[in-house]
Design a protein around this ligand. Sequence first.
Ligand SMILES: Nc1ncnc2c1ncn2[C@@H]1O[C@H](COP(=O)(O)OP(=O)(O)OP(=O)(O)O)[C@@H](O)[C@H]1O
Ligand SMILES: [Mg+2]
Length: 385
Amino acid sequence: MGLIASLDIGSEKMVMAVASQENGDYHLAGIKMIALQGVTDGVITDKAKVKSYIKYLIQELAKDKAIDRLKMSLSGAALRVSEHKVNVLLQRKNVKEGDLARAENKCIEAAVSREDELVDILPVSYQIDRGMVVAHPVGVAGRSLDVHYRVYLADAAYLMEIRALLADCGIEDVEFFPPVRAYMEALDVCSTDKPFALIDMGARHTAVMLWGEGMLKQEVVLPLGTHAVDTDIMKGFRIEGIQVAKQMKHQYGIALRSMCKTEKIAIPEVKKQIEKRDLAKVIQCRMEELLEGAIFQLQQWRFNDAEKEILLTGGGSRVIGTDTLLAKLSGHKVRMAKVKGVISGNEEILSAPACLIVLGLLLCEHIELEEEKGGIGNWFSSIFK
Ligand SMILES: Nc1ncnc2c1ncn2[C@@H]1O[C@H](COP(=O)(O)OP(=O)(O)OP(=O)(O)O)[C@@H](O)[C@H]1O
Ligand SMILES: [Mg+2]
């Protein structure tokens, strides 16, 4: 058997992971990240460039074994999200798996047009008889079921282009997922009823999600990320190139000025020194703005109980002290997110903030719910067996 690969294309980086599947377990065989060009707001704009990056990653990661399947995330303008509510009558006066399948199919029929391809569909709440909201509907008595879904769609023609691009790289079997499904699998959301939040600090976006009762409850992607810190450093210290500013952030950046000792640091490539505390001050201002935006969202969703945890991820959260700053601003317990369900000899990689999506993707599967064949007929035949 060959390898399973996953590919996450962010705003600034492309990351691929490969794993072998043994007895249902995913063993990480390799992971590699490269800086990215040729993608605008999640949409591949320079196919030749992106193809060469993907070929390079495959060459590096799949030297001895071929890649059988690739799971890829879609984001930004490549993905459209809409919300739908559907109602189904319960044929047997309590909810069966088949009713969930009927509700899902009804939603897909209403939401997906000819030009679209369904990427994913996630239930966010179930309501029985237009009253009681339940987390686990199967077996609950009632006459009707309302399901609220989030539906993730992509332009079918665009996905055909990506499939062709990947076929040129030697990969024929490709599946697409929204990042939210990858987070869900990475954090094994289905196995915990406890509510928690997740903040992903990317280069150009800050994604905020609320989970509870094993489901996604809320999700928003704010259009500002830690790339803004780089431009602040550039302006604040009159640095010419954005890469130099970014290097300063990576090498010396601290999100809390009070954590800094008095120390002089040199700006690379110029004969100039600055106070490390001054750099921290610039970084803290922007990080506070980004985190306050995420906290505001969580408060809108009534995520107020301080006991509830916030998980932090995304390359932007690698600035030292980001978790402490978030805990201070929000009053919540804060922990770095870690992938469950992928086995690796290098445990550290499972907590690497920029790798949560790509590792979660390895675990993603499209599962189609099955409607009961024959509906009432089936029910009758089961009585008269
Ligand atoms: N060692 C580091 N220290 C501080 N910041 C870092 C470090 N490594 C990466 N970053 C920052 O992380 C950000 C990129 O994060 P990530 O890789 O999660 O973004 P992305 O997925 O490409 O973007 P987006 O999610 O916005 O589309 C950049 O601002 C980068 O400077
Ligand atoms: Mg990202």
